[in-house]
Design a protein around this ligand. Structure first.
Ligand code: NAD
Length: 260
């Protein structure tokens, strides 16, 4: 379905971003991945994406907290892959603390990576998409883009902001062939969530399995994690013709979290 299309997925060396990169490659897209990690593992991921897609895969180590590097990554993608048809803004970090104790530098980093980097990628990639008359922008927000939880001030603010940005870009691109939507996952078992499971297990003196059950029971009525592959499937759907009139939506994949 995506033969001849090119995609940039930020924060795709792990977790949801990696699931999205694989799903796009499976459909034949040429993908640029981004994020941190071990150089050999990243090269192995890049090669596996080329095998999946039968097309080129590339890697860029741009730090999403640095606007100049973000813009340079989009230029590098246009140079290396020829264009950017699909942009998935996924890079994100988390920090938990009550607001009075929330470190200012963590606030700044979360707003920069989880929100502002999407402004910078969209700004850089949109002119090319408009010129070619086709584009898909998918922002990985969160259930925390729709509702809040304690101790996540920066994350909740950034994700609510990302949904606002999604709606604005969707309106500005409404008369064009470019769409912009957000996906709002609930709990997905990735390194970002594993850290929260480990902290819960240590705090409440539980086993890891008990901490997982407690985490899910608090928020996710299905009592099951969503998976990176499922989020990837949603991105592929948003890239299809069936989704061409979906504009500015915030689509939940949250086991019922926000239906409560
Ligand atoms: P993860 O920690 O597994 O992956 C994060 C990715 O972002 C990694 O590739 C990492 O290297 C990269 N990254 C981190 N800081 C970066 C930076 N400064 N510049 C470039 N890349 C950077 O996390 P995940 O759970 O897969 O989260 C991915 C996205 O999904 C995030 O935006 C997160 O908020 C969102 N999300 C996750 C969940 C969940 O339950 N896991 C739920 C809702 C939303």
């Amino acid at each position: 379905m995506l033969n001849g299309k090119t995609a940039v997925v930020t924060g795709s060396t792990s977790g949801i971003g990696l699931g999205v990169a694989k799903a796009l490659a499976q459909q034949g897209a040429s993908v640029m991945i981004n994020g941190f990690g071990d150089a050999n593992e990243i090269e192995a991921i890049r090669l596996s994406l080329e095998r999946l897609s039968g097309a080129q895969a590339a890697y860029q180590d741009a730090d999403m907290s640095k606007p100049a590097e973000v813009a340079a990554m989009i230029m590098a993608a246009e140079r290396t892959l020829g264009k950017v048809d699909i942009l998935v803004n996924n890079a994100g970090i988390q920090h938990l603390a009550p607001i009075e104790e929330f470190p200012a530098d963590k606030w700044d980093a979360i707003i920069a990576i989880n929100l502002s980097s999407s402004f910078h990628t969209i700004r850089a990639a949109l002119p090319g998409m408009k010129k070619r008359g086709w584009g898909r922008i998918v922002n990985i927000a969160s259930a925390h883009g729709l509702v809040a939880s304690v101790h996540k001030a920066a994350y909740v603010a950034a994700k609510h902001g990302l949904i606002g940005l999604t709606k604005t870009v969707a309106l500005e691109t409404a008369p064009t062939g470019v769409t912009c939507n957000a996906i709002c996952p609930g709990w997905v078992l990735t390194p970002l969530v594993q850290k929260q499971i480990d902290a819960l297990a240590a705090r409440d003196r539980m086993t890891e399995a008990e901490a997982k059950t407690k985490l899910l029971a608090e928020k996710q009525p299905s009592h099951e994690f969503a998976t990176p592959d499922q989020i990837g499937g949603m991105v592929v759907f948003l890239c299809s013709d069936a989704a061409s009139q979906m504009r500015g939506a915030a689509l939940t994949v949250d086991g019922g979290w926000t239906a409560q």
